[in-house]
Design a protein around this ligand. Structure first.
Ligand SMILES: [Zn+2]
Ligand SMILES: [Zn+2]
Length: 332
């Protein structure tokens, strides 16, 4: 089981529905004064329905974890059935004490009262019911995020008979498809700092299709991490082979933006947008987002909003574009 906090996934609900207790003054035998948040964490494995919540007790002022607690609301036979041995009296509240804090017991007791009231009745309080609801909401959100990222991954791979994303004019199947996996591996390796490995992947690609504009452009990207001179040379070579290679223009846009030459950056991004096939939603979304950011930086807010809208059109689940439009769109 790996756990993730509820507030990370559903910050708005967590904002209103996370419990805390406040200890007003330092008293012998009690934990130090301050506010203690009961932060909820749930299991992130969707094929595991383990129905429990981990609580991290967090001292707000000290920004420190104090202890960890657990609430399991199903019966022992349920957990047995799914192969989980909590070795404890379930349903119930437990301390998950990898912590040496002397206040573990205090918080475990406080948590038990939150879940069951004072009477040790094992009748669930509203709070306990809320934890169960949060568990379901958390899983729904996980599923949604999973679907979104599957969709995004699918969008990255062009359809075989769509125009190739390198703007050669050929269909993807007869152009860059045979080297697609080499390119993906090369780019991942380069980003991980594995320069030699990245070059090996790209030379595999070269053996398959030759020194195409796409191969040259990817070589440029690999050298962009280590050798700016060679990066520039490969980029020029790429544009010699195909002056319309969209990614090369996109990269030039990034360079200009970094140098603060916003006019050139905008011109490069617009060229990239012009040359990317209209079916290449993934790269068009990416480029429109960059374009929007440049417009925003130079105070061209209506143009920025228009570009974010285009980015969203090409990828309706794009969280960043949604966020930017919400934040800046209204003020225009
Ligand atoms: Zn689980
Ligand atoms: Zn191609």
């Amino acid at each position: 089981m790996t756990f993730q906090s509820f507030q990370e996934l559903l910050p708005e609900i967590a904002e209103n529905e996370t419990r805390s207790i406040t200890i007003l003054q330092n008293t012998p035998g009690l934990p130090p004064a301050g506010q203690y948040l009961f932060i909820e964490l749930f299991c992130t494995e969707l094929d595991c329905d383990c129905r429990n919540v981990m609580i991290v007790v967090f001292h707000v002022q000290k920004e420190q974890q104090v202890t960890r607690l657990r609430y399991c609301w199903e019966t022992k036979s349920y957990y047995d059935k799914i192969g989980l041995d909590f070795r404890e009296d379930v349903p119930g509240v437990f301390g998950d004490f990898g912590y040496s804090s002397p206040y573990n017991k205090y918080f475990a007791q406080a948590f038990e009262e939150m879940c069951y009231g004072n009477a040790h009745s094992k009748n669930e309080t509203e709070y306990a019911k809320r934890l169960k609801r949060h568990y379901q909401q958390f899983r729904e959100q996980l599923k949604k995020n999973q679907r979104d990222s599957d969709e995004a991954a699918e969008q990255m791979i062009p359809q075989p008979y769509s125009p190739c994303t390198c703007a050669s004019g050929k269909k993807f199947k007869f152009c860059c498809k045979p080297i697609f996996y080499c390119i993906v591996e090369a780019m991942c390796a380069a980003e991980d700092g594995l320069h030699e490995e990245a070059l090996e992947w790209i030379s595999k690609a070269e053996k398959i299709v030759g020194n195409t504009a796409e191969v040259l452009c990817r070589k440029a990207v690999i050298y962009s991490f280590t050798d700016r001179q060679r990066y520039a040379e490969y980029l020029q070579e790429c544009l010699k082979v195909n002056p319309q290679h969209p990614r090369a223009h996109y990269l030039q846009g990034i360079d200009s933006n970094k140098k603060g030459d916003y006019e050139s950056a905008i011109a490069s991004y617009l060229r990239a947008i012009h040359y990317y096939p209209s079916t290449d939603h993934y790269h068009l979304n990416e480029t429109y987002n960059n374009l929007a950011n440049v417009y925003y930086q130079i105070g061209e807010h209506p143009k920025a909003v228009a570009a974010w809208k285009m980015a969203l059109e090409y990828s309706p689940t794009d969280k960043m574009a949604q966020f930017n439009l919400q934040k800046f769109g209204a003020s225009i």
